[in-house]
Write a protein of this length. Sequence first.
Length: 272
Amino acid sequence: MSRSTTRRRGSRDGTLGRLEALAATDPHLRIVDLDGNFGEAAALSAGFAHARGTVIVTLDGDGQNDPADIPRLLARLEDGFDVVSGRRVERREAFLSRVLPSRVANWLIARATGVPVYDCGCGLKAYRREVVVGAQLPRGMNRFLPAILGVDPSRVAEVPVRDRPRGGGQSHYGLERGFVVCRDLVALPLLVRRRARTRALARTLGTTGAVLTGVGLAALASALVRPGTHGIALAATLAALLAAAAGRAIGHNVDRFVTAQEEGVFRVRGVV
């Protein structure tokens, strides 16, 4: 008999009461109640940690994912894949503010990691248990599932699924999230391919960023006192500042990843 795990993200919308009522009539339903709103990445990590089945299926609680599509994902798992991700067709969202930024971000993620998933934002996914055991996802890193798990790209499949109108809640994603994705994406290939887990790397990258910032500012200062060098100094300054920003972003995300593995990303109030 399959066992269902439902996780709650510290919300105060009455979800817990409704879930408890369902659990009273369904012995296979387990509710993981988190001690605060730690975000979606932490909620997924908690669900992974408390699930007991050999296959774990995730889907959003706003009704956009259709549970009727789950058998299609399971069928692809039986073909030998470790992860099967849904790919929403005929999306029912604004093209410019939601669909287009999502497509660009997904293309960048696929190119950076080599994992052939082009709708990372789809909450409907199926995993073999061994792929997600021990996963501790820092805030926001759920955007990069399944790539952030370090799964072999050849073991990942994608299947078309329905996209239904949102039944509750509201989206917190938009154009501004594209900049956040780009910032975090800089570190993703390193986390996926090297599985870097040392603070030494984060500190080295942070220090390198600080040094490059200093070099850029020094070049700019030199241009102000030496006529005829403005163009070269400006180019050097921009290059140094861009490299510094990339280094600091990578260092910051490596540090967040390491902290998540060492300290965890959620606290559980109780399991029903």
